[in-house]
Write a protein that binds this ligand. Structure first.
Ligand SMILES: CC/C=C\C/C=C\C/C=C\C/C=C\C=C\C(=O)SCCNC(=O)CCNC(=O)[C@H](O)C(C)(C)COP(=O)(O)OP(=O)(O)OC[C@H]1O[C@@H](n2cnc3c(N)ncnc32)[C@H](O)[C@@H]1OP(=O)(O)O
Ligand SMILES: Cc1cc2nc3c(=O)[nH]c(=O)nc-3n(C[C@H](O)[C@H](O)[C@H](O)COP(=O)(O)OP(=O)(O)OC[C@H]3O[C@@H](n4cnc5c(N)ncnc54)[C@H](O)[C@@H]3O)c2cc1C
Length: 670
């Protein structure tokens, strides 16, 4: 088939670009070799038989059941393709932040029913099992003999893990655990793939041995027969029903009726139960929560990726769309030329870069701490937990806001399923809740910050990410200059100030006679604000420093663009938080006006590179799945092509006319 022409607007835009798009793509991927490898995997998947979505009825027209069956067909075929690839290639980076397996969005448009298998089941087996268990289970999980999920949340409790009700009671006479769901609220509820996909799962349950409860522990549990896939006796399993998004994730429920599993089904890297029922405690009981920390860390870079998908759609569309006539007798401008549109779009693009570099930094910190933990050194665990909590929480909330802004920037067409923005919206919004709900995680960080504040009052802090607190004691009002380093110091002063205020409020409540828990609840709005401010201090400092560092490794033309994006991100947030800066620095109205002017200059500087910047994300059309965002910009043709796929358009008159409309019309004549 002849190549379809690229829309003239995009041809012109691409000529304007001042930097080498391929150079930026390689930087985003983490190196030329990574880009080549990713593209190789994408080519392999896109060209593999049985995976193309091109000529299919769009999945939104399928029934709930058909949609799931279609997702399973494709996810299975995709796995076969990956299995083939793994025979000749190193696939260890499946769990890295810059993994090349995001291509799966080009196959299963929404969330794959295998997401939890690769995202949580396999990592939990790898990181929470003892070496013998890893040797026995991991090959089966990696080869998909065991298809698994992570079953922790229950109908009654998701946040409060110590309140989970599923029990695993050790019976030394048979050397088995008896799993039981004593109440309706103890049913597992939510795990992805649990409903009809998984035959195994990691179940988090209250461990009882010798009549003592030792708290929640993970167990590997078979739930379906490997031949027939029938639920095993004592297992009640099913699907929880339609949701806002995640339509093909196959989220399920699960109950146990005195269901027996062997003693060695308990994941025993950290804690153990011996044959006679003796309990050996973990060095740190929070290690059981390790998979959640791992996923929270990964979510930050994944959000950057989701922003790059949504940003590509909205920016390309904005270059193709023309609307209104500000100057008489002149053509309608591209909507991308409206400064308000640039304000909606460019901060989303800059945020994708900020999250990616911060996410990579967080991943490196995580890897270092986990290495130390494996040697028995847990010192950095609280700081890592506090960082992962607030970054996951704030980045997911910001990303959801940015994706919504991208959708709004596409006007009516952004509301079309065929734009793919609604599905991306559903995926990103879910991250605010899953893997630890927003407020709950912010309050976890607040616990750490309150302790750090107490420490800082003695003039020293042990952890580097809160060292700014000590500086605040020397000078609690930053002397303002409109420079990046002052802006960063400003965010640190705001964080320190808000931590101090929240701490003082907490103390005041305690002194007034309140229990600590009640005082905490009363101060919790301020505590969440303090966590947010701390997270903004981290995001602004790390993203700026990392972008500056990266700019020294690339050509001058690209360096200039990276610095513009980094500065835009800093100034955007300084302006957003101008009220706070007024409280904690000497910033003046005049400084703020100058920053506003600089912000608008940056929008104008970025404008010629808008298409180059999203092209550099290098999200291929097959993965973008969007009528509005394709590389060739054939927006209107694609919208019509997709509309014509509606089954309602297969016949000129729908039968409902004869059944309902006509009788209604006839009655009107009487
Ligand atoms: C766009 C994105 C795409 C892809 C992303 C990539 C992969 C995705 C894969 C799968 C995701 C899809 C589905 C989602 C799955 C799930 O949601 S699984 C279920 C997740 N559930 C949760 O996250 C539950 C949240 N709750 C908790 O984590 C905890 O219960 C708690 C809220 C932290 C409280 O725990 P607890 O009550 O036991 O503890 P406290 O008494 O409050 O605190 C005691 C001290 O322990 C410290 N602590 C708590 N957790 C940790 C930890 N993980 N590590 C280290 N330390 C921890 C806590 O701070 C207290 O410390 P102290 O202040 O010093 O006392
Ligand atoms: C799309 C999706 C996929 C999921 N996949 C899985 C999965 O695969 N496996 C799995 O085990 N789970 C999964 N979950 C469950 C998820 O982890 C939980 O829903 C999440 O942790 C929030 O817990 P919850 O639902 O109990 O919310 P709740 O804790 O009931 O939250 C409700 C409200 O109460 C507030 N609240 C609760 N506790 C406190 C507190 N201490 N202080 C202040 N406010 C509080 C919250 O802020 C929130 O506003 C998934 C959820 C979703 C949405």
């Amino acid at each position: 088939m002849a190549e379809k022409k690229v829309c003239e607007d995009l041809v012109k835009e691409r000529k304007k670009c001042t930097f080498n798009v391929e150079e930026l793509t390689r930087l985003i991927d983490g190196g030329e070799d990574k880009t080549m490898e990713r593209r190789e995997v994408e080519d392999m998947v896109i060209n593999a038989g049985g995976l193309s979505t091109k000529d299919e009825v769009p999945e939104e027209y399928l029934s709930h059941k058909e949609r799931y069956e279609n997702a399973i067909r494709k996810a299975s075929r995709l796995f076969e393709v990956f299995r083939e690839y793994a025979k000749t290639h190193d696939t260890t980076d499946a769990f890295s932040p810059t993994n090349k397996y995001r291509v799966s969005f080009g196959v299963v448009k929404d969330i794959s029913p295998f997401m939890l298998h690769m995202g949580m089941f396999v990592p939990t087996l790898m990181n929470q099992s003892d070496p013998d268990q890893v040797a026995e289970w991991l090959p089966k999980a990696l080869s998909m003999q065991y298809i698994g999920t992570y079953a922790q949340t229950e109908l009654g409790h998701g946040t409060f893990l110590r309140g989970l009700e599923t029990t695993a009671t050790y019976d030394p006479s048979t050397e088995e655990f008896v799993l039981n769901s004593p109440t309706l609220t103890s049913y597992k509820w939510w795990p992805g793939g649990l409903a009809h996909t998984a035959n195994h799962c990691v179940v988090v349950a209250q461990l009882y041995t010798k009549g003592v409860c030792h708290g929640v522990h993970p167990f590997l549990v078979q739930i379906r027969d490997l031949e027939t896939h029938m639920p095993l006796e004592g297992i009640k399993v099913g699907e929880i029903g339609p949701k806002l998004g995640f339509q093909t994730a196959n989220n399920g429920f699960l109950g146990f009726n005195h269901y027996r599993i062997p003693r060695r089904s308990m994941l025993m890297k950290n804690a153990q139960v011996l044959k006679d029922g003796t309990y050996i405690k973990s060095k740190n009981d929070k290690l059981t929560y390790g998979t959640m920390v791992f996923v929270r860390v990964l979510i930050v870079t994944d959000l950057a990726y989701e922003l790059s998908r949504a940003g590509t759609i909205a920016v390309r569309y904005s270059a193709v769309r023309h609307q209104s006539q500000p100057k008489p007798n002149e053509p309608e401008p591209q909507i991308l030329d409206y400064v308000t549109q640039q304000h909606k779009l460019f901060i989303g693009v800059a945020t994708s870069h900020a999250f990616r570099v911060t996410g990579n930094w967080l991943w490196n910190s995580y890897s270092k701490v986990i290495k130390d933990v494996s040697k028995g050194n847990m010192d950095q665990l609280p700081e890592l937990h506090a960082l992962a909590c607030c970054l996951k929480a704030v980045c997911s909330r910001d990303a959801a806001a940015r994706v919504e802004e991208f959708r709004l920037a596409c006007g009516g067409h952004g509301y079309m399923a065929s734009s793919n923005l609604p599905i991306i919206n559903g995926i990103v919004t879910a991250t605010i809740t899953y893997e630890g709900e927003f407020t709950v995680l912010m309050l976890q960080t607040a616990r750490f910050l309150v302790k750090a504040w107490k420490e800082a009052t003695t003039g020293k802090v042990k952890t580097p990410t809160v060292s700014y607190l000590v500086e605040f004691f020397k000078n609690d009002r930053v002397i303002w200059e409109n420079t990046p380093s002052t802006m960063i110091k400003g965010f640190q002063a705001i964080a320190a100030g808000k931590i101090r205020t929240a701490y003082e409020t907490l103390e005041k409540h305690v002194k007034s006679g309140m229990d600590y828990e009640d005082a905490w609840n009363s101060a919790s709005v301020q505590l969440v604000n303090a966590s947010e401010a701390h997270c903004r201090a981290i995001l602004t400092e790390i993203s700026w420093k990392e972008m500056v560092r990266l700019s020294t490794t690339v050509s001058p033309s690209l360096a200039q663009v990276l610095l513009q994006l980094a500065e835009l991100y800093l100034i955007y947030w300084t302006l957003e938080k101008r009220g706070d800066h007024l409280m904690y620095s000497t910033i003046t109205r005049d400084d703020i006006q100058k920053l506003q002017t600089r912000y608008e200059e940056l929008l104008a500087l970025i404008r010629p590179n808008a298409i180059g910047l999203v092209d550099a994300f290098d999200v291929r059309d097959e993965i973008l799945n969007s009528t509005l965002g394709a590389y060739d910009g054939r927006v209107y043709e694609r919208l019509m092509e997709e509309a014509l796929k509606s089954p309602l358009n297969a016949e000129p008159v729908n039968q409902s006319f004869h059944k309902y409309l006509k009788p209604l019309m006839l009655k009107a004549k009487l």
